[in-house]
Design a protein around this ligand. Structure first.
Ligand SMILES: C=C(O[C@@H]1C=C(C(=O)O)C=C[C@H]1O)C(=O)O
Length: 260
């Protein structure tokens, strides 16, 4: 039986191709996560920090994400440099010995994060575009779906650190000049591949069409089958307006400190 082969380890094989393959694979996770979240209506009470006084001024979703991150930190999630928590302060120490993850990034990578911008964008810009108004009381399931979306988006965007590292290694002289000059615009220009970005946007739109179609046993396309679970143009916009720009900010922030 054909199976996906195990991904190469980045320490042996940190190439632009490896990084791009990883980003393509992560698109699947993001599209599936959005489809799952879109099953529920907006469920605004889960996001209101003053609705449940027993939560001490935090929204239900914030309590959920903080609690989940605490548990996952104990189980070692954040020992992997690909994982960045939304609430890094006060996370408990891992209960297990660290797996020997390849350390391919510069140590300053730990200080590069755009989690606040992802959090804000997800709740204020994206959710209204993928959910219908209203509530059905499934606040915990909704928060669990939000967590999966947020983690998938965060992993993809912070993968910009690996993108930046590989691009730096491919052309250290060009990058070194711009880094010493602290020239954000020059770095942005060096790392941008517009043709790749166009392909990414077209591919995620297509994935939203393929993964999010209603599957029926009828031969002919019914109306139901032509409706998508998440609007493919919203997924393309998510990448165009937020995912790709945030990834590039991570790349620039990482590069600016790459020679510290
Ligand atoms: C990720 C890359 O770097 C940049 C960011 C991209 C993205 O976030 O998808 C795409 C192309 C580049 O402009 C890449 O070159 O593959």
């Amino acid at each position: 039986m054909a199976q996906e082969k195990a991904p190469p380890s980045p320490s042996q094989d940190l190439t632009l191709e490896w990084v791009r393959d990883a980003l393509v694979r992560q698109e699947d996770s993001i599209v599936f996560a959005l489809i799952e979240r879109a099953r529920f209506p907006c469920n605004a009470p889960a996001y209101n920090p003053s609705l449940f006084p027993q939560l001490g001024g935090r929204s239900l979703v914030e309590v959920f994400v903080r609690g989940a991150e605490g548990l996952q930190a104990k189980c070692g999630r954040y020992q992997n440099p690909e994982e960045v928590p939304f609430f890094p302060d006060d996370l408990p120490a891992p209960l297990i010995t660290a797996y020997n993850f390849p350390q391919v990034l510069h140590p300053i990578s730990a200080s590069v994060a755009v989690s606040d911008a992802i959090w804000y964008m997800y709740f204020n810009d994206l959710l209204p575009l993928i959910t219908v108004e209203g509530e059905d009381g499934n606040y915990a399931s909704t928060a669990a779906s939000d967590l999966i979306c947020l983690q998938a988006l965060s992993r993809r965007i912070h993968f910009g650190k690996f993108v930046a590292e590989v691009k730096y290694r491919d052309a250290p002289l060009d990058y070194t000049t711009a880094i010493h000059a602290k020239d954000r615009d020059a770095l942005m220009k060096l790392l941008t591949f517009e043709a790749v970005e166009e392909m990414v946007k077209r591919r995620v739109k297509k994935k939203a069409m393929v993964f999010g179609q209603n599957v029926t046993l009828e031969d002919k396309d019914s109306d139901a089958a032509s409706q998508y679970k998440v609007d493919p143009s919203v997924v393309a916009r998510l990448y165009e307006d937020w995912v790709i720009p945030f990834t590039k900010v991570v790349e620039v922030d990482y590069l600016l400190r790459r020679l510290d």
